[in-house]
Structures are given as structure tokens and as C-alpha cells.
Design a protein around this ligand. Structure first.
Ligand code: FES
Length: 133
């Protein structure tokens, strides 16, 4: 298993605010992952709606809907529970986002790639520095 990958400093992911995107690969396709902070915890997901496999954010890094309670897909409005990624309403109700293994320690946020969601090309080039999106 590869080493955890540094995504960003903890201070860059504010409670209920913008998330941080980073490049990943899924079965060789270039995609993005993201981290957001909710109830003090950082959560990470593949940036791909469970309904149609397209990115969720309104504009880059904007994942929460107006109440700040849910992650929302900007295309058809599916809402996801931030802690679990389960779809709570919308066209993919019962589906879920693909969770990523995220760890926060010593003021930094790390991602552990797995067998399906692997390190993206740009991130591989950037390691160990911060990825450029
Ligand atoms: S593409 Fe996300 S709700 Fe349909």
C-alpha cells in the first residue's frame, strides 16, 4: 500500500466552507477527489455524483447547499449526508458517494489511495508538494 498523500493544510478546509479538490484516477480515468469539513471532521469523497458520473461542485470547491447541512450535486440536486456520503434525496436516493480514506494530523490533511481510487497524474507529479489543480 502506498504512503498517505498530503492534500493540504487543515486551515484550508473551513467548517461548512469550500472544499479542496485534488486529482485522482479511477480505473485509469482522470477524476477529482475532494475534502470538506463538517462538524469539525474532515471527510473525503470521489467528486462524482451517484446519479450520473459527473463532478458535484457548483464552482470549484463549492460542495455544500445553502443550509450547509448537505453536500449537493449542482447538476440535478441530489443531496448527500456529509459524514457518510449517503444520498438523502434526489434522483440517486439510496446511492452514495465513494468515500476516501482521509486522516487529519498535525495541522495537515492526508489521503490514503486504495485499489480503486488511485493517485492522479498531476498529484503524482506534485508529491510531496501541494497539488496544483
Ligand atoms: S448528476 Fe448529480 S443529481 Fe443527477
Amino acid at each position: 500500500m502506498s504512503e498517505p498523500i498530503l492534500i493540504c493544510a487543515s486551515a484550508e478546509v473551513e467548517e461548512g466552507g469550500k472544499g479542496v479538490r485534488f486529482p485522482v484516477q479511477v480505473w485509469g480515468d482522470a477524476c477529482t477527489g475532494f475534502v470538506v469539513r463538517y462538524s469539525g471532521q474532515v471527510h473525503g469523497y470521489l467528486n462524482r455524483c451517484a446519479h450520473v458520473p459527473i463532478e458535484l461542485d457548483w464552482e470549484k470547491g463549492s460542495f455544500f447547499e445553502s443550509s450547509g447541512l448537505y453536500i449537493m450535486c449542482s447538476t440535478h440536486g441530489a443531496v448527500y449526508v456529509p459524514e457518510t456520503g449517503y444520498c438523502a434525496g434526489g434522483p440517486c436516493k439510496g446511492g452514495r458517494l465513494r468515500k476516501l480514506a482521509i486522516e487529519e494530523r498535525e495541522g495537515q490533511i492526508f489521503w490514503q489511495p486504495d485499489e480503486v481510487v488511485k493517485i492522479g497524474i498531476a498529484l503524482a507529479d506534485a508529491v510531496p508538494d501541494k497539488p496544483v489543480l
